[in-house]
Design a protein around this ligand. Sequence first.
Ligand SMILES: [Ca+2]
Length: 256
Amino acid sequence: MRRETLALTLLVVFGMSACESDKAVKVADEAETVSDKVEDAPAPAEEVANAEAQEEDVVANEEAKTPAKASSEVVRNDDDTVIDWSTFPLKGEVLQKFAWTDFQGQNAVVMVKELRGKTGGAILVTHARFNADGSWTKVRDLREVIESCEFDLVLDGFVGEWSVSDVDGDSIGEATFAWNSDCVSDVSPTTFKLFMLEDGQKYALRGNTLAEGQGGKYTMGPEFATAPKSFEAHAKKAWEAALPRIEGLFDELPDE
Ligand SMILES: [Ca+2]
């Protein structure tokens, strides 16, 4: 009887220490990920009054990448009963959010707006993958910061039917979204950018909004040169769908 009690006690003690060591490893992993992030992040942009938006990148989480498996469907899935948005690793005033499943599991992208200091602001975007234990693994962060703005701060996010796709058919979903971020004092075109993310890789169209026949143009990121051709076509189509257009503000009244 006494021997059995001892065995049980040992089992409990070993079991607990095994749990503790698992926990310790997990915390260390997380800390490493965070410190990697800090090292990889570019130096903060210099503060310039009424500065144009400063786009910053946080390098993709290489560990979150997985080789593709053939013939899995990419399915959009924004259902709140499936996704626990409250645990998503990006907090703030949500501008846009969407989700999908692919062979890697459940993915989601959240875009938030943040006010900074007296007149500044930022748009933050995170793509993360949901794990079976209820945690999330960040795949990529993007952000754009406007240090200060004496006029009107514009921080808007755009998604659409074009936001979830698998245009190259590799069973890895592509997330497409856009943002309009600027400091405006008139109706000139403002900074507008569209991004595709696939497995931590970023593909960007950077340009401006269309205002009274001006703007609406973009520059394609050099990364499209080595991307599947279908990415370029998809991004261009999404740009046209998402582009904010201001027209007719100064139209004269028609003659009677
Ligand atoms: Ca794909």
